[in-house]
Design a protein around this ligand. Structure first.
Ligand SMILES: Cc1cc2nc3c(=O)[nH]c(=O)nc-3n(C[C@H](O)[C@H](O)[C@H](O)COP(=O)(O)OP(=O)(O)OC[C@H]3O[C@@H](n4cnc5c(N)ncnc54)[C@H](O)[C@@H]3O)c2cc1C
Length: 378
């Protein structure tokens, strides 16, 4: 058995033993899964894509996407706990000084420090250049003031990569933006927000009230690179989200395949009615296509090539597949799909996050079109 298969088998065992039996209760109580997090630390999941020299597993995006798919097919919220953490780690590993990498990555790989990315604000998400959170020079460091919103891991985690304005007047606006590593300290306050789905994992509003960080908190050696740094990390983020979409779409299909063979109407299982077969066929085709697009994007990423187009297409298609399959699963389950006792009800609440997070699907379409035009000049 190869190393990749051993990792995936360990994930399957963890999901069956530690996640599947408790997911429904924790999700419905919107309770942070501390025991699951502790098992994830043992498995090394918080270091999945961090290089081995910093204590991580050094997994490729291709293997990582398979892990995310498996986890999300059981409980999508669990993937959120390590996904945005690893996007932050990727930004540090790609752009930070060696001393910052050595300072943070080994402790992030073990999950002792758990992070996230703080980009979105109350007044802007897609148009990130409109952020208002400011960092001004103060006592050989920066003083941060502002509010970030919808930040995953901001309550239960202990460190964030925060996108700030270090210069308000520079044009274009992104040249005045930088990325700072901020550990929880005086002036940092976060509270959890209520959500339709994706429960259990903390998504919060964070207030920075004169939070001071040393000058070494800057990722990279100069100001004005923050937006580029985080956007390049978002390629991995979009592959993540695509893989989550595959997981949810697959879970909705599996539940429907099973139920359609058990539920009988007019003297036969509903799976024998052609109208249901058409749904199952479309759902299965969506899953296969979504999985292939996600694998392809991960392979391009692993070759170190630019993959905005591939990651954008995978994210767009796989997350729409999750939405459609969750909706079709609800129809196939009839009234039972509408009950919180049934997991398809959760898929129906979880899937919409995927079309919004890591760049909305409207934005993905714009990115895809721009890339097409760039790659195919007339
Ligand atoms: C559960 C959850 C977890 C999240 N976790 C994080 C996190 O950890 N870190 C973080 O920084 N953010 C996080 N977010 C925020 C998320 O990334 C943003 O919600 C997303 O980027 C969209 O921003 P917005 O909500 O402000 O929508 P807006 O930008 O206000 O967009 C509103 C609508 O307008 C459309 N739109 C906007 N601009 C255009 C355009 N130019 N052309 C066409 N259509 C356009 C959008 O597609 C959308 O349909 C999270 C959100 C949720 C719900």
């Amino acid at each position: 058995m190869n190393d990749q298969q051993m990792v995936l088998d360990a994930i399957d065992r963890f999901l069956d033993k530690d996640v599947r039996p408790v997911a429904k209760a924790l999700e419905q109580a919107d309770e942070y899964p501390h025991d699951i997090v502790s098992k994830m630390r043992d498995l090394g999941l918080f270091g999945a894509t961090i290089g081995e020299q910093y204590g991580g597993l050094g997994l490729s995006a291709t293997v990582y996407a398979k892990i995310v798919e498996r986890v999300s097919s059981v409980w999508m919220s669990v993937s959120g706990i390590f996904n945005s953490h690893l996007i932050m780690c990727a930004a540090i590993e790609r752009f930070a000084s060696e001393s910052m990498k050595e300072h943070y990555l080994p402790r992030m790989a073990t999950g002792e420090l758990r992070g996230g990315i703080a980009l979105t604000e109350p007044d802007c998400g897609t148009d990130l250049q409109a952020i208002r959170t400011r960092a001004v020079h103060h006592n050989d460091g920066y003083l941060i003031n502002g509010t970030k919103q919808w930040i995953t891991n901001s309550v239960e985690g202990n460190v964030l990569a925060v996108l700030v304005k270090t210069d308000l007047n520079t044009l274009p606006r992104h040249k005045g933006m930088s990325l700072l590593v901020v550990e929880k300290s005086a002036g940092y306050r976060a509270h959890k927000l209520k959500k339709l789905g994706y429960r259990g994992v903390d998504t919060g509003e964070v207030l920075f009230d004169d939070v001071w960080v040393p000058s070494t908190a800057l990722i990279g050696d100069q100001h004005g690179r923050g937006l580029q740094q985080i956007l390049s990390g978002l390629a991995l983020g979009r592959i993540n989200v695509a893989a989550r979409g595959v997981g949810v779409a697959q879970a909705a299909l599996s539940a429907s395949l099973n139920y359609a063979q058990l539920r009988e109407t007019f003297g036969q299982p509903i799976a024998q009615h052609q109208a249901i077969q058409l749904k199952l066929a479309d759902m299965a085709t969506q899953v296969e296509a979504a999985r292939l697009l996600t694998e392809r994007a991960a392979q391009v990423y692993d070759r170190g090539e630019r993959c905005d187009l591939e990651a954008g297409m995978a994210k767009l298609f796989a997350t729409e597949a999750a939405m459609e399959n969750a909706s079709e699963a609800l129809r196939i389950h009839g009234a039972y799909g509408y009950s919180p006792d049934n997991e398809v009800e959760r898929y129906y609440r979880d899937a919409p996050l995927l079309v919004v997070g890591e760049g909305t699907n409207e934005l993905q379409r714009l990115i895809i079109a721009q890339q097409m035009l760039e790659r195919h000049p007339a």
